[in-house]
Design a binder for this molecule. Sequence first.
Ligand code: SF4
Length: 249
Amino acid sequence: MKEYYLSVIKFPLLVSSSLFILAIAFFGTALGSYFRLGLSLTETVVYTMLFILLVILVSSWILTLLATHHPIRPKWMLNFSKWMLAFVYYYLARALGSITLQKKESWQESFLNFNNEIVLSQARDISHKNILLLLPHCLQNSECKIRITGDINECALCGKCDIAEIKKMAHKYNVKAAVATGGSLARKLIKDHAPNVIVAVACHRDLTDGVRDAWKVPVYGVLNERPNGPCFDTTVSIKTIEFAIKKFQ
Ligand code: SF4
């Protein structure tokens, strides 16, 4: 539990620290210039615009933090917060994570957990009729003679990989499940199925890219396990997938 908590707060800590550093840098520079020589008209305009930008960054971050515990309405406000998360705060955390030598996978996992908290807290506002379970092809046993792309119903349920259990679970909960062999197919599957919510399984990098890429759709991310190395005969916690599906049903 403690480890999960730490992996959740790493990302918000990096973003909050980045904003704090930006604020210190801004006020240090602006006040320094003011007390040394006074501000010219151009400097006043520039500092005012930077101040407005800083206020937007901080207030939107507070909104994003609130979104992890409360449904955000109206929808445009939630979408703005999700866009900021995917395309602004993500980069702030990445920059500070690199400077402070944080392991990439560690803050990416925290980003995914943070995003999951937001998706769960907005669950009441999500229409649950159309859930898409999106899986990576590396979950399939490498010796399987059936090539599964798209629909997982082609799986013969031999039980050599987790696809069998996932297929049974998809039938049990009446959820669409599909295997994506790459980002382009994942995008196509999302476009074709137009899901209300996605439960996606992938590695740190693919899942982070996917969550950001599909930022308009709520994506609950589940990390796969890689006992045989990356992209080869991977596994996943079936219980975690089931937990996510139940939350949205
Ligand atoms: S469980 Fe399905 S996908 Fe996995 S090896 Fe067996 S037939 Fe292939």
